[in-house]
Design a protein around this ligand. Structure first.
Ligand code: SF4
Ligand code: SF4
Length: 399
């Protein structure tokens, strides 16, 4: 047995677990590190990724290990600010702080970092990081409805394939791509099934516990087994007593990397239950699979990833469509939008989300913050006020 499979009962949360399989995810980071270390020792390259536009299938088909490098630590912001402006998204600063401090073991293991031209802060940060790390930056076109944009993106994905082949001296065959598509589709399907448990009136887990099922490395075999085990144990099971009485929340906005879950904790500690996360840490990247039956697997991969409804796209109508669909499926009583400070694309787009919430008749709250806990009390007051409004509408008292 690989060391990364570990003991699914190891961990510190014990009785708080929603299912036995959860124990593995309680120690997810160390399991992922064991996996990456073993893979590297056996000759597999580790490839760092920074964004959900990166087609993990290509890295897997090249024999590589795709590891997410997005920083969620407030401690890494200070070292980053020695070079980056203070008025920059904390996700970018934390990621860069890890780079400067050499404190992210996955980044230190990485043979290559793959990134995309998404928001301005990220792409300028990549220039600095690229001075000392091997990087490949995909040029992401930002008009999702333009045919020329899709053609350009497919060419960029092909260039990444060629770069991986040359760097790692491998041929990425169509058969290898199809295997990787099958693997990633399986992971997406399992994660969708886990997310769908939250549609119940009394879900068997909290939104925070669901978030903890995320992994830094995609498609680790024992993680997939644990996903399947968790679904089997929790499907159809009602959650703890107050689950049905909490205020159902849909979160949207920026991604919530590992370690940056403060706002979500405030929401759930204030009587809320996050039943849907539309963002890149939740449903957005897993709601569409790669077409496994297509003639051209590389084109099918490019198409799936280009459909991701991120705010860097203009227009980004499909995000509004996704939010409206999720509102129907998960029945949130309010929408809370999280904006990392200085994230201009999500911040500007929040006007459209607020309008949509109005059309759906769902109360809306926008929270702009960073990784520092200094405004936690203020956020809790605003969240509690929102929940009072919701309870006033439904006539339901606080649990
Ligand atoms: S929010 Fe946009 S830029 Fe950020 S990880 Fe998701 S797709 Fe990438
Ligand atoms: S949260 Fe916004 S500013 Fe930060 S990396 Fe993502 S898109 Fe860029």
């Amino acid at each position: 047995m690989s060391k990364c499979c570990g003991d699914s009962n190891a961990g510190a949360k014990g009785a708080d677990w929603p299912c036995e399989a959860f124990g593995w995810f309680d120690d997810m980071v160390s399991h992922c590190l064991d996996y990456a270390t073993e893979a590297k020792a056996s000759g597999r390259p580790v490839v760092g990724i920074m964004c959900e536009y990166t087609p993990r299938e290509l890295i897997l088909a090249a024999g590589g290990v795709p590891a997410c490098l997005c920083g969620g630590s407030a401690e890494m912001v200070g070292p980053a600010e020695e070079q980056l402006p203070a008025n920059l998204c904390p996700l970018i600063k934390s990621t860069y702080g890890y780079h400067r401090q050499k404190a992210n073991p996955f980044l230190e293991l990485a043979d290559l970092v793959v990134a995309e031209t998404t928001c301005d802060g990220k792409k300028k940060m990549y220039e600095l990081m690229g001075r000392t790390r091997r990087m490949h930056v995909l040029e992401l076109p930002q008009k999702p409805d333009a045919a020329v944009a899709m053609a350009h993106w497919k060419a960029e994905v092909r260039k990444l394939k060629e770069a991986l082949e040359e760097l790692f001296s491998v041929e990425i065959t169509d058969a290898a791509l199809r295997d990787a598509i099958g693997l990633m589709n399986r992971e997406r399907s399992l994660k969708r099934q886990l997310a769908e448990l939250m549609r119940a009136d009394a879900p068997p887990l909290t939104g925070r516990q669901l978030l903890d099922f995320n992994t830094i490395i995609a498609c680790i075999p024992c993680a997939l087994e644990h996903y399947a085990g968790a679904i089997e144990q929790m499907a159809g099971r009602a959650g703890p007593g107050d689950c049905a009485d909490r205020v159902r929340v849909m979160m949207t906005g920026v991604p919530v990397p590992h370690g940056a879950c403060r706002v979500m904790d405030i929401i759930e500690n204030s009587g809320g239950l996050v039943v849907a996360m539309e963002n890149c840490s939740g449903i957005k990247p897993i709601c569409e699979d790669v077409d496994a039956a297509g003639d051209d697997p590389l084109a099918a991969i490019a198409e799936k990833y280009f459909h991701l409804p991120c705010s860097v796209m203009t227009p980004n109508d499909s995000r509004m469509e996704l939010l409206a669909r999720l509102a129907g499926e998960y029945r949130p009583q309010c929408i809370i939008e999280l904006i990392w400070q200085a994230c201009l694309t999500y911040d500007v787009e929040s006007a459209r989300v607020r309008e949509l919430a109005g059309e759906l008749g769902i109360p809306y709250l926008r929270i702009e913050t960073d990784y520092s806990p200094s405004d936690s009390a203020r956020i809790a007051v605003r969240v509690e006020a929102l929940f009072e409004t919701v309870r006033g509408k439904t006539g339901r008292p606080a649990p």
